[in-house]
Design a binder for this molecule. Sequence first.
Ligand SMILES: [Fe+2]
Length: 313
Amino acid sequence: MIKKICRPFFIFTFLFSVVSCYGSWNFWYEGNDVDFRTKELLNITETTDQKFADSNLANLGGKYTVLIISDTHFGNTKKAVNTEILFNWLDSIQGTSDYPVFAINLGDVTDLGRRDHFEQYTEFCKTLTKKYNMKIIFNVCGNHDAYQNNWENWMRDCYPHTSFYRFQTKNFSWYCLDTASGTIGIKQYYLLHSALENDSRQKIIFTHYPFVRSTLDCANMAETTERNLLLSDFVENNVKCVLGGHNHEKSFDDIGFPDYGLPSFAYDNEWGLLHVDEDTGVVSLDFVGEKNKDSLLDPDTHINPELNLPLGD
Ligand SMILES: [Fe+2]
């Protein structure tokens, strides 16, 4: 009798572990939750953060570009990260107006959040800052980074050493949210709602989990009421665009503002170049990388024909 009951259970457990992305972690997962990680919104300023002060980003204005990478998955043994493709591209645009001033990684910077995976990622960031003159690499926390209580590793290695924060350039406010658990959570929601309402600047929002991906059936923010409240806040509070990762697919939705989905740097050899004009408030994203070599912009309309992306004026 016991055999009859146990056999199907173990067969099901084994098959589920084999076919699921998360393997045995479906049953033995440990982790912290978003409310634990987002007790406060860190406001990065020149007076509170020496690294930010040294970068002089608070005075950055006019037209410039920002490197956006996502889902780098450092430590993944199945698909090693091809850093050279990015470094070669940076070499090719040295000295041009397209050269990015700083960089933001939209999460899953590591594959499993282990110390050795973060150490590999730290070496990559060092190359971007020291050899390629990126003033700062900001980081958004992804679900892979916070696996198995590896939050401590994130806190140690990923600037600005927390997952819910804001910094400001001359006319823009930049908000990085913690969606690593697939939800904003009640604490982060109220803190963000209040911060957005009390900030009259133009804003850009960065997340790991996407808010809306009309072309994808799964892996958006799970709690739709929470998501809709946030989208309403974004529309009402001068948000210029939202950028997320996680799906390993490039995407674009016009939801009252542009919602860009970044492909995976590790799996797709692609990244983004965010064009910012602080004086006019125009923000747009170019997809760059291996699959975009032949994707030429229409010289008259400045539209990427592949995705019908509006790319500013
Ligand atoms: Fe992810």
